[in-house]
Design a protein around this ligand. Structure first.
Ligand code: ATP
Ligand code: MG
Length: 562
C-alpha cells in the first residue's frame, strides 16, 4: 500500500509504543493510522513529516493508513485544496488505496453521538454569548464558573439541540457543550463547545447542515468510526488528549484509539502555518501556493525537490517529543544527495561573456562527447557542439587576477570542459570600460581537453557554443525570509521579514542545445552551478525557464564536520 522504505526504519518512541501494544495483543496486533489534513490550504513540509510517519508505520506493520479530510470547518475549506492534497500525498509516494474518508461523511453519526451524550446527561445546550463564555471559562490560574444553562433537563436539551439543527436559531446564539468540569486545571475540560450553529455552505454537504461539530468532538469520533488504532498528532494536542479520551469513554465507543503526540517540524528561514502561507499567497508576496520559494510540497516539487529526498529528510530528522527547529540546510543536503546520483550533467551559462577563439576556423563546428554523469556510464552521453564563438560565465574572467584564480585572465590557460585548452589573450571593453568580449586562442592538439605535452592546466570551466545556444530564463531562489524564525519574531510581522532578494530572474542565459529537449520538471546539474529543473508552469520549448533547485555548496555537511 505504500512504497517500500529505503532502509530499515530507525526506532522511535512511537514504534516502541506500537511494539508494546502488539506484544500485549492490543487491537489483535493491527496497526491502523491516518493522515487527517484539513482542506484549508496546500500541504507543507511539516505535513510531509506526518505523512511519512503515518504511512510509513502502516507499511512497516502491514497495516493501513487512511487519508481523511478533516472537513468540519466549512468557511475555510475548498475542493481545490482537497485535490491538491491528494496529488501531493501520491507524489510523495504514498497510497491510501480504498481508504479515502471525509469527516463530513460522518456528520449524521457525529450528530447522533451528540444526542447520545445529551441523553447520558453529559452535554447541554448553552445560551451564553461568546463574551460571557470567555468570562465563565476562567484562566490558567483561576477555575471557571458553571453556566446558568448547565442544569437544563435532558428533555429540554434534546429539544433545543434538534431545533439548532433545524435552523431555528441564529448563528452563534447557542452551542452544545460537553458537561465535564469547570474547575479542571485543563481548560479544554471546562465544558468545551462541541457543536455550533453556523450557516456556511460546505464543499461536500452543501447547505444540508447549519450546525457543525467542533474539531475535538469530530476528530476522536472519526478516528473511532474508522477503527484507527494509533491516532498520531502534533504536540499542541497533548492537552486535548484528556478530552479525546473523555468523549470516547463517555460514549463507550467500541473502538478507542490511542492518541500519541510528536513534535512538529519547524524549519529555519520559513513559516509553516497554513494561515501564514495563505497570507503570502493572498498578498502576492509569492506567485501562488506552488511558488518555488514556498515550503509547500507543490512549491518544492516545482522547485525540483524529489519525493525520495523529502522522504529521506523526514527519516533523518526522526520523531521526537520535544519541539525543535531544523536547519533548512539539512533539507538541501538531502536534495543534493539524491540529485547528485540522478541528475544528468549539462553545460549552461547564466551570465554570459562572449569568447572568440581567434585561431579556430570560422564556420567550423566540432562535436564533443560529454558524459551525462561522471560516475554512472549507464546514464550515457550526449554531443556538445564547439565553434569559434562561445559563451562563458562572466565571473570566469578576471583582470589582474590573483595567482589562485584558476580561470581566465590575460595570458592564462584553462580547460573548456570536454573540449580544448584555451588561453585568454585580450579582453575587449566597451566605452564604459566593461569587458564585453574575450579574444582567446586554443591549442588544436588538446582535443578533449588534455594537454599534449602533459603540462598542468588546473582550471576547468563550462561553456556553450554561441550559435548553438538555447536562450533561457533562469530563476534563482534564496531563502524566503531574512531571519531564522520569522514566525517567532515578537517585534515584526512575519511579512516584514521577507527577503527582498529571494528571487533573482536571469534572462538571456545560454544553454547547451540538448537542454531544448528538457520536459517540464526534468532536473539537471548545470556543471559548477547547481541543480536546476525545467519549470513546470512557465517553461515552453521555444522559451525554456529553469528553476535553481539548490546550489552545489553544501553548508550542512560542512558544519557537521563531514
Ligand atoms: P497548520 O499549522 O499548517 O495550519 P494544521 O495542523 O492545522 O497545520 P492539518 O491539516 O490539521 O494542519 O494537519 C494535518 C496533519 O498534519 C495533522 O495530524 C498535523 O498534526 C500534521 N502537521 C501539521 N503541521 C505539521 C508540522 N509542522 N510537523 C508535523 N506534522 C504536522
Ligand atoms: Mg489542524
Amino acid at each position: 500500500m505504500t512504497t517500500a522504505p529505503e532502509s530499515a526504519p530507525p526506532s522511535n518512541f512511537i514504534r516502541n509504543i506500537i511494539d508494546e501494544d502488539r506484544q500485549a495483543g492490543k487491537n489483535d496486533g493491527r496497526v491502523v493510522t491516518r493522515f487527517p489534513p484539513e482542506p484549508n490550504g496546500f500541504l507543507h513540509i511539516g505535513h510531509a513529516k506526518s505523512i511519512c510517519l503515518n504511512f510509513g508505520l502502516a507499511a512497516d506493520y502491514q497495516g493501513r493508513c487512511h487519508l481523511r479530510f478533516d472537513d468540519t470547518n466549512p468557511s475555510k475549506e475548498e475542493i481545490a485544496y482537497v485535490e491538491s492534497i491528494m496529488t501531493d500525498v501520491r507524489w510523495l509516494g504514498f497510497d491510501w488505496g480504498a481508504n479515502l474518508f471525509y469527516a463530513s461523511d460522518y456528520f449524521e453519526r457525529i450528530y447522533e453521538f451528540a444526542v447520545a451524550l445529551i441523553k447520558l446527561g453529559k452535554a447541554y445546550v448553552c445560551d451564553l454569548t461568546p463574551e460571557e463564555m470567555r468570562e465563565y471559562r476562567g484562566t490558567l490560574t483561576e477555575p471557571g464558573k458553571e453556566s446558568p444553562y448547565r442544569n437544563r433537563t435532558v428533555a429540554e436539551n434534546v429539544d433545543l439541540f434538534a431545533r439548532m439543527r433545524n435552523g431555528e436559531f441564529p448563528d452563534g446564539s447557542r452551542v452544545l457543550r460537553a458537561k465535564i468540569d469547570m474547575t479542571s486545571g485543563n481548560i479544554n475540560m471546562r465544558d468545551p463547545v462541541i457543536y455550533r450553529v453556523l450557516r456556511a455552505h460546505h464543499h461536500r454537504t452543501g447547505d444540508q447542515w447549519c450546525i457543525y461539530p467542533m474539531y475535538d468532538f469530530a476528530h476522536c469520533l472519526s478516528d473511532s468510526i474508522e477503527g484507527i488504532t494509533h491516532s498520531i498528532c502534533t504536540l499542541e494536542f497533548e492537552d486535548h488528549r484528556p478530552l479525546y479520551d473523555w468523549i470516547l469513554d463517555a460514549l463507550g465507543t467500541q473502538c478507542h484509539p490511542q492518541q500519541i503526540e510528536f513534535a512538529r517540524l519547524n524549519l529555519t528561514y520559513t513559516v509553516m502555518s497554513k494561515r501564514k502561507l495563505l497570507q503570502l499567497v493572498n498578498d502576492h508576496h509569492v506567485s501562488g501556493w506552488d511558488d518555488p520559494r514556498m515550503p509547500t510540497i507543490s512549491g518544492f516539487r516545482r522547485r525540483g525537490y524529489t519525493p525520495k529526498a523529502i522522504r529521506a529528510f523526514c527519516e533523518r530528522i526522526g520523531v521526537a517529543k520535544r519541539d525543535s527547529m531544523v536547519d533548512t540546510a539539512l533539507l538541501e543536503f538531502s536534495i543534493r544527495e539524491d540529485l547528485n546520483d540522478t541528475a544528468p550533467r549539462a553545460l549552461a551559462v547564466l551570465q554570459p561573456l562572449k569568447v572568440v577563439v581567434e585561431n579556430y576556423p570560422e564556420g567550423q563546428v566540432e562535436e564533443f562527447e560529454a558524459p551525462n554523469h561522471p560516475a554512472n556510464p549507464e546514464m550515457g552521453s550526449r554531443m556538445v557542439p564547439f565553434s569559434r564563438e562561445l559563451y562563458i560565465e562572466r565571473d570566469d574572467y578576471m583582470a589582474d587576477a590573483p595567482k589562485k584564480f584558476y580561470r581566465l585572465s590575460e595570458g592564462r590557460e584553462v580547460r573548456f570542459r570536454s573540449a580544448y585548452l584555451i588561453t585568454c589573450r585580450e579582453a575587449i571593453k566597451d566605452a564604459n570600460g566593461n569587458v564585453v568580449e574575450l579574444r582567446c586562442t586554443y591549442d588544436p592538439e588538446s582535443r578533449g581537453g588534455s594537454a599534449p605535452d602533459g603540462r598542468k592546466v588546473k582550471g576547468t570551466i563550462h561553456w556553450v557554443s554561441a550559435a548553438h545556444a538555447v536562450n533561457a530564463e533562469v530563476r534563482l531562489y534564496d531563502r524566503l525570509f531574512t531571519v531564522e524564525n520569522p514566525g517567532g519574531d515578537k517585534e515584526h510581522d512575519f511579512k516584514e521579514l521577507i527577503n527582498p532578494e529571494s528571487l533573482t530572474v536571469l534572462t538571456g542565459c545560454k544553454l547547451e542545445p540538448s537542454l531544448a529537449a528538457a520536459r517540464p520538471g526534468d532536473s539537471f546539474q548545470f556543471e559548477r552551478l547547481g541543480y536546476f529543473c525545467a519549470d513546470s508552469v512557465d517553461s515552453r520549448p521555444d522559451r525554456p525557464v529553469f528553476n535553481r533547485t539548490v546550489t552545489l555548496r553544501d553548508t550542512w555537511a560542512k558544519e557537521q564536520g563531514k
